[in-house]
Design a protein around this ligand. Sequence first.
Ligand SMILES: [Zn+2]
Length: 100
Amino acid sequence: MCLSHSYLTGVMNCKKATELVEKGFIQPLTLKEFLALRVHLSLCSDCKNYKHYSVLLEKAIRPKTDHEHDIAYRLTDAQKEEIKLKLNQSMEDKSKNSGM
Ligand SMILES: [Zn+2]
């Protein structure tokens, strides 16, 4: 196998690669997309950096661990409503106290 850099990176251009990085945050990539992106990232340091900073940014925006993510999915709608209600109540309590 003797594939040149330009051939491999050419399979997916940088625009497409960054699009897939973004898409990966919203929904799981298909195996084909995942592999193509991985090949591109292993050869293109620009996109590798882009992904690195996107991940950091994403974590900053949504500070959620995988564990918490799991729990959120296991909750029923009724349980979620209950949590929302409790949160609202505690926020109201806080604003009452600070208003004194
Ligand atoms: Zn690239």
